[in-house]
Design a protein around this ligand. Structure first.
Ligand code: PMP
Length: 282
């Protein structure tokens, strides 16, 4: 692990008990895929982190080049070809007080943990099941903070139901996104997904998928869709760093389309795979 400027074995990697990430979830994070030892979409993750730092007034002085160097060093010493790089940046450590401390020094920690992306290739063939839950999160989930309790509870409900993900449904019955993934449906050849707003996380995998779909001249509607519309869709899918593209074949107890992965999911999965190969050789 990387902790505040030092590489250390994971078992010795600690932050202070008064770190504000621990006490207030006053912290940002990023998860980046490492494939063949190479970081996927890394500049986009840095850009999102910087945007969130600005939004939360976290003064993170490290340059992009220095951050990249530290991340690469950590990946190299870990020696895992396929892994997830987890980066967390808190406002810093200070005597507990809700307001910002006078001169906070942000705490940066990073870990690299092995991750099996091949399991996703298998899930791409079968498709996955999602359940639906009420979206209980706060109103600024566009910022990637570690305050994830609502997501944790949603994911646990999904796990208990034998599902891969929980889709978070707004009071007006629109589907926002999953607990840790973005959500899409396909109707009459069009790819439909919730527009960027304060009520979804702007996923890096989402941006990649929409770019690739646009380049392939697949019609895209960035608009809210209802749960009823999702149940009547031809196909459904989800994306994230850890699941670059998975077909959704069941929502709660309802089969979507034929109940098997459809042609749009296969086409998009091929585009995403080609992009990952282009970037990392995976
Ligand atoms: N939505 C939520 C709520 C998430 O937590 C994540 C993953 N962090 C995503 C979407 C997907 O984002 P990305 O494609 O950047 O992994």
């Amino acid at each position: 692990a990387y902790v505040d400027g030092r590489l250390t074995p994971l078992r010795d990697a600690h932050v202070h008990v008064e770190d504000r990430g621990l006490q207030f979830a006053d912290a940002l994070y990023e998860v980046t895929a490492v494939l063949n030892g190479k970081m996927l979409d890394w500049p986009h993750h840095i850009a999102r982190l910087r945007r969130n730092c600005a939004a939360l007034f976290i003064d993170f002085a490290m340059s992009d080049a220095a951050l990249t160097l530290q991340a690469r060093r950590l990946i190299a010493v870990n020696g895992q070809a396929d892994a997830l790089l987890y980066l967390q940046l808190s406002r810093g450590t200070a005597k507990r007080d809700h307001g910002f401390p006078a001169n906070p020094r942000p705490t940066l920690v990073m870990t690299v943990r092995r991750f099996d992306f091949h399991q996703r290739t298998a899930q791409q063939k079968t498709g996955v099941k999602v359940i639906t839950v009420n979206d209980m999160r706060w109103r600024r989930v566009d910022m990637k903070t570690t305050g994830l309790l609502a997501n944790v509870l949603a994911k646990q409900d999904a796990r208990a139901a034998g599902a891969f993900e929980a889709w978070l449904v707004a009071p007006d019955n629109t589907v926002r996104e999953g607990g840790s993934t973005n959500a899409y449906i396909v109707k009459a050849g069009r790819l439909i997904t919730h527009p960027l707003s304060e009520s979804i996380l702007p996923g890096i995998a989402r941006a990649t998928l929409l770019r690739l779909a646009r380049e392939a001249q697949i019609p895209i509607d960035e608009r809210p869709f209802s749960l009823a519309e999702a149940l009547a869709a031809d196909e459904a899918l989800l994306t994230s760093t850890t699941a670059p593209l998975l077909p959704v074949v069941r929502i709660d107890e309802n089969a979507i389309g034929t109940g098997s992965p459809g042609p749009m999911a296969s086409r998009l999965a091929a585009l995403v795979s080609a992009e990952i190969t282009a970037q990392t050789g995976w």
